[in-house]
Design a protein around this ligand. Structure first.
Ligand code: NAD
Length: 357
């Protein structure tokens, strides 16, 4: 009996090789496949996609993996320990539910599910089945994102006033979801992990400029109880790719630019307000100090995410609130949608599982 059989008995696996299946080999699935294939402790057991052409193309380089267009074959295979789903958002709930019910550890690409209710159902199901459920919020494993999170927590920036973020490029238009559901999970997960709190309200405006009914540009504003204001620009309609977030605090300011060799720059800049000695004569002093850029790990975020997933499957690492965060991200996506569909109305955020970490 292999140690993976123990997993099916719902006991923690040890260091045995895990047999993993990947569903969805479109744009993102091949990245997951590459990272899994580089690991010595994983056998990629199955490749699954509805598109036989994609399967044929990709399986040529992975002859040891079996292929299928029917995901049921993976669920029925007792030798499969874990299933990774890189399929479109509207499939996430059904495919993940069936995977968990079949007793498989499950990694679902972001967002966890198309609705908060379904995200909660999946979390409940994973708990009942005693299986690992994780959502592919890759940026939570990004060294720059983690470094900024430490700065926020360690009060390096002082009182955080606001965060402004742009995640824009030309394409890729998705057929089934708006730009909010496609790119929003990245910024929303990053914001929740940095701030450790849900916003109290979400407001969004946008435009379906190219494909009728599918928003391709959106501006989402969130207000937090701590006073932080966040604005996120999401767009598939931009002349060049930009992933830039600015955090402005009372002591320092930070620019995080994904893909830049100096991904995080800390500006020792600020403005000090001095109480007026006489009415109406307040004084502002501007401080422009050093600009520094911390040395960061070069670990690939996706490799770190897969490592965390495998560790959780093996019972070596606990979920430190990431699943609750994934659920909260879905709630924010829904709230942004609701605001978009009601002419930019303020959508209050009610009860949530809590992504404070
Ligand atoms: N973590 C990240 O940084 C990141 C980046 C990009 C995309 N994603 C996520 O990955 C997922 C896939 O996105 P994509 O851009 O690769 O989409 P895509 O449309 O390019 O690929 C999806 C693939 O899934 C296949 N598929 C659909 N339903 C299926 C089913 N029932 N059984 C088997 N195969 C099925 C399709 O044939 C297609 O090949 C989405 O959830 C997206 O949000 C994550």
């Amino acid at each position: 009996m292999s140690e993976t059989d123990n997993a099916r008995g719902h006991e923690p696996m040890s260091s045995a090789r895990m047999r993993v299946a990947i569903v969805g080999l479109g744009y993102w699935g091949p990245n997951l496949l590459r990272v899994l294939s580089e690991r010595e402790d994983v056998d990629v057991a199955w490749l699954c996609d509805l598109d036989q052409g994609a399967l044929d193309r990709i399986s040529r380089r992975h002859p040891a993996a079996r292929t299928t267009t029917d995901v049921s074959e993976l669920y029925a295979d007792d030798d499969v320990d874990a299933i990774i789903l890189a399929t479109p958002v509207f499939t996430h709930f059904d495919l993940a539910r069936r995977s968990l019910e079949a007793g498989k550890h499950t990694l679902v690409e972001k967002p966890l599910a198309p609705s908060t209710e379904q995200a909660e159902d999946l979390i409940h199901l994973a708990h009942e089945a005693d299986r690992t459920l994780m959502c592919g919020h890759t940026f939570l494993y990004s060294p720059p994102v983690r470094a900024v999170g430490r700065m926020v927590r360690d009060d390096v920036l002082g009182e955080l006033y606001f965060i402004s973020s742009s995640r824009v490029n030309l394409g890729l238009h998705q057929r089934d979801v708006s730009v909010i559901w496609d790119l929003g999970p990245h910024d929303f997960s990053i914001l929740l992990s940095w701030l450790g709190e849900m916003p109290t309200s979400v407001r969004a405006s946008g435009r379906a400029a190219v494909v009728p009914g599918i928003y391709d540009v959106a501006f989402v504003t969130m207000e937090f109880a701590s006073g932080v204001l966040a604005n996120v620009e999401l767009s598939w309609l931009a002349p060049s790719k930009l992933r830039r977030t600015v955090l402005v605090g009372s002591k320092r300011m930070v620019v995080y630019e994904d893909g830049n060799p100096e991904a995080v720059r800390i500006f020792d800049h600020g403005v000090v307000y001095e109480d007026p000695a006489t009415f109406g004569q307040y004084h502002l002093s501007y401080r422009t100090g050093d600009i520094t850029s911390p040395k960061l790990s070069t670990e690939e975020p996706l490799a770190a995410e897969i490592e965390a997933f495998l560790d959780r499957c093996r019972g070596r690492r606990e979920d430190d609130g990431e699943l609750a965060l994934a659920r909260d991200v879905v709630q924010l996506l829904e709230a942004a949608d609701r605001s978009l569909n009601t002419g930019g109305a303020d959508v209050p955020i009610g009860a949530h599982l809590g992504s404070a970490r």
